[in-house]
Write a protein that binds this ligand. Structure first.
Ligand SMILES: C[S@@+](CC[C@H](N)C(=O)[O-])C[C@H]1O[C@@H](n2cnc3c(N)ncnc32)[C@H](O)[C@@H]1O
Length: 357
């Protein structure tokens, strides 16, 4: 994939149009979303190549003639639909807005988690604080509030988080279990999804989830629901506190979509504390999505946008990293990467298998 900073420039004519799309982006975003939630886009899709006029859409959806028309006129400008005579016909962008799971997950995440807070981006950038989070409550970062945040926020946050890791986990189990570990420490194990999958994959393995107290409560409930509470344990830790150590003698430490929650200095401190407990046979796995390791431009675009969620809503100082930045920190922590695997799952994950240098 090309580095996004090396894309060819557009003509002035094209660039001016692209600049207008950006200037109106929050409006087009909400237009696309409301076309879905009102059912208008579905009516256009169901009409197929025949198309459908405003009045029958209005009758079926209960949205006024004015409402349907103002949304579909914008949708035509956005190339989601095409107008022929008085009828509207679905185009490919409209099809993906309506039917593509990834688009739905990203759209809901942007709306339910980010939209209100994005107004505070400049403050977040200047102060290096998640200034948008105050729209929901008074927490120092999203992770300390996650268990208490509104249900709609949580639902879209977890759907986003799980969507990208779910596809990768089955492939990763094969990798991690080739060494037949008996114990795994899952740093940032969140709802315990990976931990539960490990216990199902291997009937003997024990997993300890290292996380904040709110997340551990949810994870233990999940373990009980799956009847594996005897093999999943919680280890309460705030990784931001340098004095809090990792549990001793790890066989495998697992960090999935975890280090992107921290700044470079914090990552170095976490990796050093992990390395301090590792013996020569211990292995540390780091699963991340790096914007420079993506095969598709759409993936790098999404990852760079996700970085700004971290800025405004999550903690003000973390991001989706360039792989070289992470590799440098791994080395500084006294570790080496013995396996480096790209393109795992549809989330474009990269797995580093690390050991002491
Ligand atoms: C993006 S989630 C990753 C979830 C899961 N590992 C996955 O791959 O889907 C990040 C996890 O790191 C945890 N985390 C964030 N900051 C933390 C901190 N300061 N101390 C401990 N855990 C933290 C969060 O609570 C959350 O469970």
């Amino acid at each position: 994939m090309k580095n996004p900073s090396q894309y060819k420039d557009l003509s002035a004519f094209e660039a001016k149009f692209e600049a207008q799309k950006i200037a109106f982006a929050p409006i087009t975003f909400q237009c696309a979303r409301v076309l879905r939630t009102t059912g208008i886009l579905k009516e256009v899709a169901d009409a197929g190549s025949e198309g459908i006029a405003v009045d029958p859409i209005s009758d079926k959806t209960g949205i006024s003639h004015y409402g349907v028309k103002v949304l579909l006129d914008m949708a035509a400008s956005m190339k989601m639909v095409r107008q022929e005579g008085d009828k509207f016909i679905l185009l490919n962008i409209g099809h993906f807005m309506l039917n593509d799971k990834m688009t739905e997950v990203n759209l809901n995440f942007t709306h339910d988690v980010c939209f209100k807070g994005l107004y505070h981006m400049e403050e977040a950038i200047r102060e290096m604080k998640p200034a948008g989070l105050k729209e929901f409550g008074d927490w120092p970062n999203v992770y300390e509030g996650l268990a208490e945040l509104p249900e709609q926020f949580r639902e879209s946050w977890f759907a986003f988080d799980h969507f990208y890791s779910d596809g990768s986990f089955p492939i990763l189990l094969e990798n991690v279990f080739t060494d037949k570990p008996k114990k795994i420490y899952d740093a940032g194990g969140n709802t315990g999804k990976w931990a539960v999958m490990c216990t199902k994959h291997d009937p003997e393995v024990e997993v300890t989830i290292l996380d904040l107290p709110g997340q551990l409560r949810d994870a233990m409930k999940n373990a009980e629901k799956n009847k594996v509470q005897d093999r999943i344990k919680g280890f309460e830790i705030n990784m931001l506190d340098d004095s809090q150590k990792f549990p001793e003698n790890p066989e495998v430490i697992w960090m999935s979509q975890f280090l992107d929650c921290f700044s470079e200095d914090e990552i170095l401190s976490i990796l050093k504390r992990a390395a301090a407990t590792m013996g020569p046979d211990a292995r540390l796995y780091i699963l991340e999505t790096y914007w420079d390791r993506q095969r598709f431009e759409a993936a790098s675009y999404s990852l760079n946008a996700t970085s700004l969620y971290f800025t405004v809503m999550a903690n003000g100082n973390s991001r989706m990293y360039h792989s070289k930045d992470l590799i440098k920190l791994v080395h500084q922590a006294g570790l080496i990467i013995e396996k480096d695997i790209d393109d795992i799952g549809m989330g474009g994950h990269t797995l580093f298998k690390c050991r002491l240098a």
